[in-house]
Write a protein that binds this ligand. Structure first.
Ligand SMILES: *Cc1c(COP(=O)(O)O)cnc(C)c1O
Length: 435
């Protein structure tokens, strides 16, 4: 796979400075050369680098803090909160859900302004949007009683769908998937029809890293009269998303994974402008912050026009301070450059693992094809739970996903090629030690 691994046609071109990994078996010198030639090579130094962390492979689960977050948080506490006090709500905080939402939309979702908010957690926003879309569909056509989803979607997505189905007397239509791959357009085409209300899928699968063909699946669902809710937890900030161009209806995703907003950062929700202000499309958690003229404290809920109606309560502004910084960094680097590096990182990891002796027994549970491969890959081996514990003790930090997966989330802006090499050398050592 050396040709694919190099990712370089030899031309100077836009990417620039690409090194071809020499020979079949990558060496540490190859990783060093890849770092030296990396157009984004300066970015890892713009994150906090902790002593004792040899390799961080969980940037897809909790991104590293951007350097400067500590100062920004301190400034926020002293000035915005400590000095301006409650006046800060009028001076800006009140509009942060839409303002930071527009930033997420522009940088990570391919969404024009006015369609994205930052609020709540992913789980809560999934509930709000899934129920809103399902109710809307049934109001238009009572025969649309099914929610389509796949067996290997993230637990919250499945549980929320179970809850909405129970609450609204709807049925779940499950797609069975290969856990080393993901949902295909053919599988969606087989199950959508006149009974489908909403299709709920992850754009990038949390386990395998499979990138769904989001444009084609959206088109198929629309042809069947269904709406689609995309989960962008593992795609926002790692693969280009073109929500507007692909005709998306709605999306929800985390801001603490590749988007680097920090632990518990509020999530993002996208709702296409054509679905705003419809009397049949209402999110179910009607709070004062999504109401027209909230300080009138009036009787009766009336949604504020536009995407603001997705907001329920007081905006979690503290949690958006780090997110604003990390989004600026991502915007500066550009998602296309991030994607290019992401594929080189996973190519390198793949080539290293492929070079291990067959007796090691490790397989890759992720798509090889670039077009279907997201920002992380999952290695599989029955001993990985024990191995993972040993790795964490030595500062090599992937995560374990039951039953046998070691997930390598290689956040492109903060991860060096040498980190991939060093971390995987440790994985191999720990596997051999157990044998
Ligand atoms: C991480 C993740 C979530 C997490 O939701 P929270 O409400 O932030 O805990 C949901 N869905 C997917 C696909 C995820 O990867």
């Amino acid at each position: 796979m050396s040709g694919e691994r190099s990712g370089n046609g030899g031309g100077g071109g836009g990417g620039g400075g690409v090194v071809t990994v020499s020979g079949a078996a990558p060496t540490r010198a190859d990783a060093l050369a890849l770092d030296a030639a990396d157009p984004l090579g300066g970015y890892p130094d713009r994150f906090e680098r902790a002593e004792g962390v040899v390799a961080y492979f969980d940037g897809n689960s909790l991104g590293r803090p951007v350097a400067g977050v500590a100062e920004a948080m301190a400034g926020f506490v002293r000035h915005d909160w400590g000095t301006r006090l409650i006046r800060s709500w009028d001076e800006g905080w009140m509009r942060w859900p839409e303002e930071v939402g527009d930033l997420v939309g522009r940088v990570a979702l391919g969404a024009a302004p006015g369609q994205t908010v930052v609020a709540d957690s992913t789980t809560v926003l999934l509930y709000k949007l899934l129920r809103a879309l399902a109710d809307h569909q049934r109001a238009l056509d009572p025969a649309r009683t099914e929610i389509v989803l796949d067996r290997d979607n993230f637990p919250s997505d499945r549980y929320v769908a179970e809850g909405v189905a129970a609450e609204r007397g709807m049925a779940l239509r499950w797609i069975e998937v290969d856990t080393a791959a993901g949902v295909t357009p053919e599988q969606v085409a087989e199950v959508v029809g006149p009974a489908t209300a909403v299709v709920l899928l992850s754009h990038v699968a949390y386990r395998s890293g499979w990138v769904a063909d989001a444009e084609e699946i959206t088109r198929l669902a629309h042809d069947a009269g269904a709406l689609v809710l995309w989960d962008t937890c593992h795609s926002a900030g790692s693969v280009p998303v073109r929500a507007d161009d692909w005709g998306w209806d709605a999306a929800v995703g985390c801001d603490y994974k590749y988007l680097g907003g920090g632990p518990g950062a509020p999530a993002h929700a996208y709702l296409a402008a054509r679905l705003h202000d419809l009397p049949t499309l209402r999110q179910p958690v009607q709070g004062w912050m999504g109401r027209r003229d909230p300080f009138a404290m009036a009787q009766g809920y009336e949604p504020e026009p536009g995407v603001r109606s997705l907001v329920s309560g007081t905006p979690p502004v503290v949690g958006m301070v780090p997110l604003r910084l990390s989004l600026q960094l991502l915007e500066e680097a550009g998602i296309e450059a991030v994607r290019t590096k992401s594929l080189r990182l996973t190519d390198l990891a793949w080539a290293i693992v492929e070079d291990w002796p067959a007796g090691t027994g490790v397989t890759v549970g992720s798509p090889r094809e670039h077009a279907r491969r997201g920002g992380h890959i999952t290695l599989r081996h029955p001993d990985f739970q024990a191995v993972n514990q040993r790795l964490w003790e030595r500062g090599v930090i992937p995560d374990f996903r039951a039953p046998d997966g070691l997930r390598l989330g290689l956040a492109p802006l903060s991860t060096r090629f040498t980190e991939v090499w060093d971390g995987l050398a440790a994985v191999r050592e720990e596997l051999e030690r157990l044998r």
